[in-house]
Design a protein around this ligand. Sequence first.
Ligand code: GLN
Ligand code: ZN
Length: 768
Amino acid sequence: MPVLTSVSGFPRIGRNRELKKAIEGYWKGSVSLEDMRTTARDLRARHWKVQKDHGVDLIPSNDFSYYDQMLDTALLLNAVPRRYRDLGFDAPEDTLFAVARGYQGERGDVTALPMKKWFTTNYHYIVPEIESSTQIRLASSKPFDEFLEARELGIETKPVLIGPYTFLKLARDPNAEPLELDRGLTNDVAAAYAAVLSRFADLGASWVQFDEPYLVLDKERGDESLFTSLYTTILAARRNGVKVLLNTYFGHVADIYEKIALLGFDGVGLDLVEGREENLNAVGRVGVPSTTTVFAGVINGRNIWRNDYATSLGIIDALHKVTPNVAVSTASSLLHVPYTTQEETNLGTDVVRHFAFAVEKLDELHDVASLADAGDDARRTSSVLATNQALFDGTRVKTDAAVARRLDALSDADFVRTPDREERRRLQHEELGLPLLPTTTIGSFPQTTQVRAERARLRKGEIDQAAYDAFIRGKIDEVIRHQEQIGLDVLVHGEFERNDMVEYFGQNLNGFLFTRNAWVQSYGTRCVKPPIVWGDVSRARPITVEWSSYAQSRTSHVVKGMLTGPVTILNWSWPREDVSHELQTRQLALAIRDEVLDLEKAGIRIIQIDEAALREKLPLRRSDWHSKYLDWAIPAFRLVHSGVKPTTQIHTHMCYSEFNDIIRDIDAMDADVISFEASRGDLVVLDAIHDADFRTEVGPGVYDIHSPRIPSVEEIKGRIRQILAKIDADRVWINPDCGLKTRGEAETWPSLENLVAAAKDIRAELSR
Ligand code: GLN
Ligand code: ZN
């Protein structure tokens, strides 16, 4: 029997981001609801067809989403909070967008549900909210509609759903934390999923996939029994030959594999890229039930390098020693890789052949499955295998001896900034003369169509560099003037020169490659285009010095320099697979250190080094936190700024407030100030900061920039009071929760005016 191939999920945004354009057009009113739906349907058809043409056996459906699959799951289960339903929209899409983005208009004024990073990816999901009044039941026909839509096109698909365990572990009830999983809720959720399975059995589906990435996390008390009870109910609903695939990814499930085996799933998906060793050991130790197929996730869904077929075959051969029932699968959804390398002709075929995006990974699946089937002789003479091997034999990467020498010369002292923070604090206070509760922003101002159009004109050669630079200077003049007018304390230059906080830096570093169209979804319709680390990294030229010093020359206020930190650059790039992340991060740290010192020389007195993505890559298992990550990531950050004068104030920014558990590590970055997102999520981080006697000054975001709403002065004051209840006023900064580049001018300036007014009011209250 030929080896079955399966795809966990496929990118939905479209080869040319058609879905993004349709949805954003709909939001702006330039695309009708019908036209948006048509685009969505066309994309689904195209994506199913491309997988079919590549010979994929189990093609996913219901991996499509207008915004986020977790939000879809909440809608499926009727877990939509009252305040959104009360808006009374006719089109379900409008309710969905109101939950995702907030709504402010004639129907009401509601904030969006919080968004969080999907495990260790840069994809954000909407955190479902379950109210005590929520009645969980099957409330949407989306999965069935899409299954039937595919069938009408002659394509039998494997419906994919976020599983009940992951759903419940990620959902929250703001009035009762943690979520109370009394038997009622668990039973209702299990019943709803059983109803889904039963309906698919009626429709004649052969496989239904439940994604349970949460299983790769450490288990808390009650988790195992929750998992068991959910799936006992669901599996009992099998009939009509429908098979259930329990799909896990982003790590290993060794601690619960035995339980999984006992439950008798028809298929178990294991991540054999990220959780390879532990998963293989568990399978070897426990075995595989005779009725279960192992879906061997050997095709990496998280990176873009070509699969090493010899390694994948080794894994499959090892599994075959345990069971004959092995399917070949992607290790996770392909949502996290770009669509196709075919657009990347400017990189040259010699380079591009090293990469596989989603479409090329379909070929890899096929190749590995055929080779898995082949005997030793056939493998020995296989030209497919030989061509693949050649990719790994050659010397692809550009190494740089000077970079290695510089790393070797580092000593412990290079990782420590002196004098200590309290001493610096005193000196900086004198130097900067800022008021109590200083106001600032996170760096970027709206990247309007005008800004992007100028960049496109430069790229196309319609204007020259001098004209473009003059345009950017004009934007800086404007934004400096405007910030002065509304009374912000610490100004920024606005980041108009950058397309993206990582790509822009990469373009000025040696060792990076850039793609033309390799977009991946980050949240909603937002996509990012990570650069590729292709060799040893060093700074090619000063990056931001010109813009920051120009901005500083236009004002007597302090202008904050704005850099991206090494951990974030690596986390938001496609890293090399031939050397460690630690080494790549250290190379980047030295490159950014050069920039920090040049900014200081140019008279910049506050420098923000964004580590927006530091929290995101914290390993999912607690036992890996330090040894596999923090032990080198935190020192790398210190290496970036340890060379500055005591009076130079170092800021950092994180897009994530969930660092309660690593609060001491964050403090050990030894920045002088940290700003972070805290407006969409809860404020428990404030307790953690308080309890940990955190020494870094903090700017917890006082309003949510991911939504177009304008927060009122009163709302912001309420937020500031919550912050001051936990943290001494002389350590608090007032800022939005992230950069403003995705926002329009129309909401940005009124929001910031309200922020400044709120800070002034509270300052006055405090001095009374
Ligand atoms: N300085 C960056 C900006 O304002 C930070 C962005 C981020 O945290 N993602 O855009
Ligand atoms: Zn941010």
